[in-house]
Structures are given as C-alpha cells and as structure tokens.
Design a protein around this ligand. Structure first.
Ligand SMILES: NC(=O)c1ccc[n+]([C@@H]2O[C@H](COP(=O)([O-])OP(=O)(O)OC[C@H]3O[C@@H](n4cnc5c(N)ncnc54)[C@H](OP(=O)(O)O)[C@@H]3O)[C@@H](O)[C@H]2O)c1
Length: 335
C-alpha cells in the first residue's frame, strides 16, 4: 500500500483530496496543528500527525515512510502580506527541505496558484511557458513558494500544480457569489470589462494532484524551465456574466442581473475591507490584494499540458460542477 502525507488536509481542498486518496486505496496521514478543526475529517480512515509547516523537524517526523507528500497548507488571504510570505514561501521551503533530509525522498506535489503566474491576456488562456507576472502579494508569495521548491528539485522529485479559482462543496469563498445571486438576484462584477476566468472543482483538482504525483513531469531546478509545472483547470473559460447567469440558473434565479461596479468603487470597498480586517485582526474575503487581482484583468489558464502528460480530464463540465455545488449548498442549508 502506498502512503501519502497531506498538509492542509483540514482545509477546503484538502478534504476533497483526502477523500479521493482514500478511495484510491492510499494510506493517508494528515498533518494537523493543535488548533486544527479535525472534526471535518471524522469518520475517515486517516492518521493524524502533529506538525506545522513552520517547523521543519515536525515535518520530517510526519514524512517518515511516506511515498508522496501533497503540500496544500497555505494562506489565500491575510491581514498582512508578511503572513502570506511566511506560510506560502517559507512553509513550502520547509516542506521541500524536510523531504530533502529524508533517507529516501518522497514525491512532492506543491499546490501553487494561477496567481503565482499572473493574469492572462484577452480571451487567451495562460500556458506554462508564458512569462510569470504575479500582481498581488498572494501571487508573489505563491511564486516565492514555487522558487523555493525549485531550489530542492535536484534532490526531491517535485511537481507544481497551479489551480485557478477552486469551487466545490465546503468552500466559503466562491459560495459568496452563490449567496449574492440567490439572496439579491444579481451578480456583482468588478469594472466594466467582461474578463474571462478559469475555474476547477475541488474533486477534479484532487484527481489532477494524484495524476501529477503518479505521471507528471518533475521540476529541473532551472527557473527558466517549466518542466514539472502544470495548470489544472476545467476546459471551459467563462466571463463574469456567463458565471452569474449560470449560478442564477443553479440557485433558482434564472433572471439574475449583472451589476458592474466602477473600479473606483471596487478600490474603495477593498480599502474599507482592509481597514476592517486590521481592526478585527482577521482577514476578509475581499481586500486590497484581491482588488489588485480583480483590476489586473482576465484569469484564464489551459490544462492542455497536464492533459497530454497525465491524461487528466475533469469528470464533468463546469456547468454541471456549478450545478452540483449549488445543490450541495441548498441541501446543506447554506443557501
Ligand atoms: N481555494 C482556492 O480557490 C485556491 C486556488 C488556488 C490555489 N489554492 C491553494 O490551495 C491550497 C489550499 O487552499 P484551501 O482553499 O484549501 O485553503 P484553506 O481552506 O484555507 O486551508 C488551509 C489549510 O492550511 C493549513 N495550515 C495553515 N497554516 C498552517 C501551518 N502553519 N502549518 C500547517 N498547516 C497549516 C490549515 O490548517 P488548520 O486547520 O490547522 O488551520 C488548512 O488545512 C493553498 O495552498 C492555496 O494557496 C487555493
């Protein structure tokens, strides 16, 4: 039996990955902290190991006898950019370092982000060979994590997977779009340009991560080289209007309207949210960093390379995944 360690197992994507690994017959260890909410994983046949990505020796202990490490632990939003760097850069560096110190190195799959690569142009989908251009603190921290993993690439067989927006059951972020359309009957878009976006469902991302570990290429250590780096996304690329209409359909608001907020208003709202999050000392979903990403344009990427190297195929269309997610929100009374 093959053994996997998952960091970030208690998070949104982690839960989906753990379930998928178990269904594939893997033995799964989950890295958890004293404050982690492990009840999310209750009833699943997993082992819990105490550790923190800021503590390399705890990682080394957790990695004993592991064939694959899936590194998902990360911060997607934070009150301070320093915290983003701390976890997304140093955390990834520590995970790579811990792998390199083992007698036998496991395969390491690092979950990065489209934000590490940067926005796309027009209706074109970003590909791995494109020059990177992160625009947010989050994107810079994820790119720094990628570069840290590359430092160890000659010792640790490593693959990086960059998802775009991830949606699915248990997610609280994209959920806000569903909630707004369901409650108010409109979908709010930043600015007046109808940019294109890629998305992926967390179950499809879980499949992509497993395929990346089993069949993916590996980093070479050369930062100019995109070997071992993959975007994982649904085939369909949608504009904000398409998404709003589809979500409206899924939540019983077939005539949902698209409301465009001028960018000045978006920046104002972001500033307000940032100040509020500093007062509360807890991150808000929207903030100046997210406004930077919204202002940068389109966020579309192509999974063609992943498909051709590993055979990756999303199990359903994006439309069906949105429908499935909406049904779950309704069934669980989130909506
Ligand atoms: N969600 C998206 O749309 C999206 C898109 C692209 C990329 N990603 C990337 O995917 C990964 C997972 O995202 P997610 O949405 O599942 O995030 P999430 O729900 O916020 O989960 C974050 C996970 O990281 C763990 N963690 C935080 N600090 C840690 C530390 N110091 N040591 C060990 N574990 C720690 C958390 O554990 P605790 O339970 O202990 O807090 C939690 O399990 C991240 O790397 C993110 O950058 C996400």
């Amino acid at each position: 039996m093959r053994h996997a360690l998952v960091t970030g197992a208690t998070g949104f994507i982690g839960r989906h990955l753990v379930r998928r690994l178990l269904s594939e017959g893997m033995a799964v260890k989950c890295l958890v902290r004293p404050q982690s909410r492990v009840e999310h994983l209750d009833g699943q046949d997993v082992a819990f190991v105490q550790g923190d990505v800021s503590d390399t020796s705890s990682l080394q202990r957790a990695m004993q006898d592991v064939d694959v490490v899936y590194h998902l632990a990360g911060l997607t939003k934070s009150v301070s950019s320093r915290d983003l760097m701390e976890l997304n850069h140093k955390g990834t560096r520590n995970v790579s370092l811990a792998c390199s110190r083992l007698v036998s190195q496991p395969t390491l799959v690092v979950v990065s982000s489209l934000a590490a690569a940067g926005p796309s142009v027009g209706s074109q989908q970003r590909v791995e060979a494109d020059e990177v251009n992160p625009v947010s603190h989050y994107g810079h921290s994820k790119r720094a994590g990628e570069l840290a993993a590359m430092e160890f690439a000659t010792e640790v067989p490593t693959t990086i997977v960059r998802p775009p927006i991830v949606m699915g059951e248990y997610d609280l972020d994209v959920f806000q779009w569903f909630q707004m359309v369901r409650k108010f009957g409109f979908h709010l878009a930043p600015g007046f340009v109808n940019y294109h976006y890629s998305m992926i469902h967390a179950d499809d991302l879980a499949s992509a991560l497993i395929l990346a570990a089993d069949r993916g290429g590996r980093l070479t250590g050369n930062v100019e080289d995109n070997a071992g780096i993959y975007f994982a996304a649904c085939e369909e690329v949608m504009t904000y209007s398409d998404l709003g209409r589809l979500i409206g359909d899924c939540v019983g608001r077939p005539h949902a309207r698209m409301v465009h907020a001028p960018m000045l208003m978006v920046w104002g709202l972001a500033l307000g949210c940032d100040l509020w999050s500093r007062i509360k000392k807890s991150p808000t979903l929207f903030n100046l960093d997210k406004a930077r990403e919204a202002a940068a344009g389109a966020w579309a990427c192509s999974a063609d390379k992943l498909r051709s190297h590993t055979g990756f195929e999303p199990a359903m269309s994006l439309e069906n995944r949105l429908r499935q997610t909406a049904e779950w929100y309704i069934q669980e009374k989130w909506l």
